[in-house]
Design a protein around this ligand. Structure first.
Ligand SMILES: [Zn+2]
Length: 294
């Protein structure tokens, strides 16, 4: 049995990791730099971030490969590093994960739009996802996570590709914002629509955006009503703002952990943090989960 499926069947709550991108910024990544290039330039920094999450109690860590697809790398003129960046991302995570922790191959959106909004055909996106997901799987991830999507067509393509190349489990997650019509992605996708379109996923969920953990709880509550699949929730530390020239997030670690316990009670089985969170957030959450499970 796949280790992830085993974990899913045996555990009440699974602790994911926290942010990678905003942690890299704290460590010197500049706006416009490609975060995934750090897998080659500063692997020790990536390792350190993974380790901070493992020490905090994360049972699954995400590879630093979120934007390592051909279209995004091409924009930054780093296309030729595609294979290496993805392989190294897995290697670094594997090295620190050892036996106990699982490694999820992280795949984000292409950063481009399908026709009629953009220039791209579905087949183009298929190729882009196929290429990246194949490398991640060959490099030895335990599962694939598709995250921070706004367009359901794009996510569906990525999910179908992931399911076609192997039988590894796939988690699919979108970013929701609160609007007049309730929670929608910026492309207008509702929670119900997402659930209906992603029947083949092993886990579905929500991540990133500007929601507080409490608002994320509302998203998860609605999702729970639409599906029996395991649900993941990885919100940001609330809204971000600029303070003294630095990006800061409004929800602090203790408050975040409290809010995430509500998210668990609303039905999320896999929880962690996205932008603005760090090892401290995950540690506080880990402690609260332990108390709750006792
Ligand atoms: Zn985020």
């Amino acid at each position: 049995m796949n280790r992830f499926r085993k974990l899913l069947s045996q555990t009440k709550v699974i602790l994911l990791d926290g942010a990678m991108g905003t942690q890299l910024m704290e460590k010197g990544l500049k706006a416009g730099d490609i975060p995934e290039m750090w897998n080659l330039k500063f692997p020790e920094v990536i390792e350190e971030i993974h380790l901070s999450y493992i020490k905090a109690g994360s049972q699954i860590i995400y590879t630093n490969t979120f934007g390592a697809n051909r279209l995004k790398l091409k924009k930054g003129g780093r296309e030729k590093f595609l294979e290496k960046v993805n392989r190294e991302g897995v290697r670094i995570a594997r090295r620190v994960a050892k036996r106990e922790v699982l490694v999820a191959g992280d795949v984000g959106p292409t950063g481009e739009f399908l026709k009629p909004y953009g220039l791209w055909e579905e087949e183009d996106f298929q190729k882009v996802f196929y290429e990246q997901i194949n490398i991640l799987i060959e490099a030895g991830v335990d599962l694939i996570v598709l995250e921070t999507f706004s367009d359901i067509r794009e996510l569906k393509i990525a999910l179908e590709v992931a399911k076609s190349v192997s039988d590894l489990p796939v988690m699919a997650s979108m970013s929701f914002e609160k609007g007049k019509k309730g929670y929608r992605t910026i492309m207008g996708v509702s929670i119900k629509e997402m659930v209906e379109e992603l029947k083949g996923a092993d886990v579905i969920g929500a991540n990133c955006g500007s929601l507080t953990p409490w608002q994320m709880g509302e998203v998860i509550e609605e999702m729970r009503r639409c599906t029996d699949l395991p649900i993941l929730a990885k919100p940001n530390a609330g809204k971000s703002m600029i303070k003294n020239g630095k990006v800061v997030y409004e929800v602090k670690a203790e408050e975040f952990a409290e809010g995430m316990m509500e998210v668990i009670k609303k039905g999320a089985k896999l929880v962690g943090g996205c932008c603005g969170t760090n090892g401290d957030y995950i540690k506080k959450l880990s402690e609260k989960i332990k108390q709750w499970e006792e």
